[in-house]
Ligand binder design. Structure first.
Ligand SMILES: Nc1ncnc2c1ncn2[C@@H]1O[C@H](COP(=O)(O)OP(=O)(O)OP(=O)(O)O)[C@@H](O)[C@H]1O
Length: 362
């Protein structure tokens, strides 16, 4: 089922939670709504579900205008962060709930309901827990049951609000993979809310990046990472180090620091955004860059070591973070308090008077 969102807006009192926004979701797509807290993700999801009314605009599911349709008539499945299972019902009864409460005309027979519930429990690989109560399940198991329950009525649209937010990192990862598989197998259209960029990039066919009630960018995960169209998107997807430069005779200057302009780049003042793994680190300035920094912290993070660095003799709003492979780190043996020089290999330049960035390579 495709979903068309046209000029949807929402205010709470004086507060504009969503500015008029439009979005076209294809049948069978998995869409991640990504943004910081308060950016309007949940409000948009609730409006799609029919749990909240919009002030302006309209929503269409396939050919059907559902703008004024009650939530129960929209035929969407909903999964919340906090499971929302019925505590006094067994796992099987929880999954059957949506079918049990259907009007008699639409309700399958008790034996058909039982069959469907067992099939769903098989699908979420928890058939052996059918007679347990929610309090006897782990968080990950509860969330799989919540998903089975949402799928019981065979919705064509599945809406998920931070579905894995309450789970630990390892279980989250497992469930993500599993949800993606289920989505591919069953082909429903899904929209999920997350503030976790890794989750959005890993799960979504397309990611909708939101901030302050606006859609900043809609793109496939790879394109979003490769071609962010604003400072906000660049910053939100991965750690960016920002060098504020004044152009002068082929260089960007910031007090005592300097950086050569790459070939073909105009002399313009602006900010250079460089991701944490796009650097060489050395003990002395290079021909291209003189960016001295002091090592203030060293943190091993998975496959890499993160150096936290503070500028020496130049200004930056934030501490810089640079990720090195363990091998490179071990070869140099950096220490806290030491001075290092960094040289960017690639980045994005945002000229002061332009919103669109220019990709850079040296
Ligand atoms: N019922 C309401 N009454 C008043 N303000 C609301 C209401 N619901 C949401 N808001 C406000 O609208 C803004 C957007 O909220 P929303 O829950 O959509 O954000 P979000 O991006 O989902 O954030 P989070 O990740 O924290 O859940 C917030 O500033 C929030 O305080």
């Amino acid at each position: 089922m495709s979903i068309l969102i046209e000029h949807i807006s929402k205010t709470f009192g004086q507060f504009q939670a969503l500015s008029p926004l439009s979005l076209d979701i294809q049948e069978g797509e998995m869409i991640g709504l990504l943004g910081p807290s308060g950016s309007g993700k949940t409000t948009l999801l609730r409006i799609i579900a029919g749990l909240e009314g919009a002030d302006t605009g309209r929503i269409q599911f396939g050919d059907r205008d559902v703008t004024n349709l009650h939530v129960r008539d929209r035929r969407v499945g909903f999964v919340f962060q906090n499971y929302a299972l019925f505590r006094h019902m067994t796992v099987a009864d929880n999954v059957a709930f949506g079918l049990d409460v259907l009007p008699r005309k639409e309700r399958p027979s008790p034996s058909e309901i039982k069959k469907r519930v067992m099939h769903l429990l098989d699908m979420v690989q928890l058939a052996h827990l059918a007679n347990r109560f929610p309090s006897q399940l782990s968080g990950g198991q509860k969330q799989r049951i919540a998903l089975a329950r949402a799928l019981a009525t065979q919705p064509e649209v599945l809406l998920l609000d931070e579905p894995f937010g309450a789970l630990d990192a390892k279980v989250r990862k497992e469930l993500r993979r599993w949800l993606r598989g289920l989505h591919e197998e069953l082909g429903f259209t899904s929209v999920f809310v997350t503030h976790d960029q890794e989750e959005a990039l890993e799960l979504s066919d397309r990611v909708v990046v939101m901030s302050n009630g606006y859609i900043e960018q809609v793109d496939k995960p790879g394109d979003l990472y490769a071609s962010p169209n604003s400072r906000f998107v660049f910053d939100f997807l991965g750690n960016a180090n920002v060098f504020e430069g004044k152009a002068d005779q082929g260089k960007w200057l910031n007090q005592q620091a300097s950086l050569q302009l790459p070939k073909g780049i105009e002399q313009q003042d602006g900010q250079l955004y460089v991701r944490s793994h796009e650097f060489f680190v050395s003990d002395a300035p290079t021909e291209q860059a003189n960016l001295p920094l002091k090592v203030v912290a060293i943190n091993p993070i998975g496959a890499e070591v993160r150096l936290e660095l503070s500028p020496i003799g130049w200004q930056s709003k934030d501490i810089w973070e640079i990720d090195l492979p363990h091998k490179a780190f071990d070869q140099h043996g950096y220490e806290k308090g030491q001075t290092v020089f960094v040289t960017p290999k690639a980045g994005y330049f945002f000229a002061d008077d332009l919103a669109q960035p220019t990709p850079l390579h040296w």
